[in-house]
Design a protein around this ligand. Sequence first.
Ligand SMILES: Nc1ncnc2c1ncn2[C@@H]1O[C@H](COP(=O)(O)OP(=O)(O)OP(=O)(O)O)[C@@H](O)[C@H]1O
Ligand SMILES: [Mg+2]
Length: 355
Amino acid sequence: MSNNIVGLNKEKKLIKNAINAKHHVLLIGETGLGKTMLVKEFSIEQKINLHRVSLNGEIGLNEILGRWLVKDGTTFWQDGILVTAMKNGDWIVFDEINAALPEVLFCLNALLDDEAAIMLAEKDNEVVRAHNNFRFFATMNPSDSYVGTKDMNQALMSRFHLVICFKDYATNVELEIVKKHVTEVDEAIIETMIMGAKELRLLKNSGDIMAYCSTRDLINMSKVVLSNNNIRIDEVFELCFLNKMSREERDIAVRKLEKNTSMRFFKEPVTNGRFVAVEKVMRKLNIVQEEVARLEVLRDGLKTETVAKISQCVLSGQFDHVIGVDNKKMLKKKSEMTRIASDKDYRTVEVEESI
Ligand SMILES: Nc1ncnc2c1ncn2[C@@H]1O[C@H](COP(=O)(O)OP(=O)(O)OP(=O)(O)O)[C@@H](O)[C@H]1O
Ligand SMILES: [Mg+2]
């Protein structure tokens, strides 16, 4: 077997034995845990054609078994993907099997019985028997956590000889997997991303978020790190994962990541959007969130250079807090700023904006 697969030794052995014994295998696990990859690698090793069908609810018997078509006035039968694989002695993987239409599930019942045959009702009840090399695999994500997928039909479930459950990878294994796919990325960066993914998986397990941050996501994130010089890890998580979530779930995820990892995220302005420009400049200057939080009443209407100047002062420790920026347009706010400063016993520093 090729060495593309990291770990999964037990699963490899079970699948290998199942292939030899002509057993039907169901692989259950969260997305991106290597279910499809494992079957694919065996098919490559054994030089067998592998077909994949995603049973997303739109695939019906026509696609699977076949249909009558008309060409140049002549009617002819075209085999569907399953019948083709059965006749050729290819392998087939049915992904998301728990989302299949009832008629598809019903037809699979007969296929997975000992005779390994199906009847084509549309074609005068022709019986198709599986070639000796034909093998059947199915995959599904754990159904209680995936909305829109039905629980697996019991009659079909009982026809699988074995059901293999895939678990989250240990950190060192996952690190090796990601490194195998994206060799050039710094190990420390990948490790931080894995820590982040693990936090997000805890949220998934507790039902706080729907999405599973997968090994596939981590490989993808590493590729984004590689194609964007000096990109920060929080930005990568934002672009590759958090932006795919609902606002509410994103907030939960951000809180968890900020609490348990070194990542710091851009906060949406609480008031009226005026802080955005300022925060963006701060981010450019690599000022972390804690420093941003020290700016209590920073006003907009400032030139970028002024904001940069203030940011540098914060960074270099010249300011303990910035409670306000007094520019010409905002003189009326000056009293408010002075009051806050004296309430909190802050010293005030004036920064002049060049015109
Ligand atoms: N053990 C592993 N060794 C090497 N690569 C891996 C391993 N596990 C996962 N990967 C990689 O992660 C990616 C996702 O794997 P795969 O498509 O097999 O996941 P899956 O479990 O079939 O997910 P889904 O449920 O979404 O279909 C692939 O790029 C695969 O090569
Ligand atoms: Mg898959």
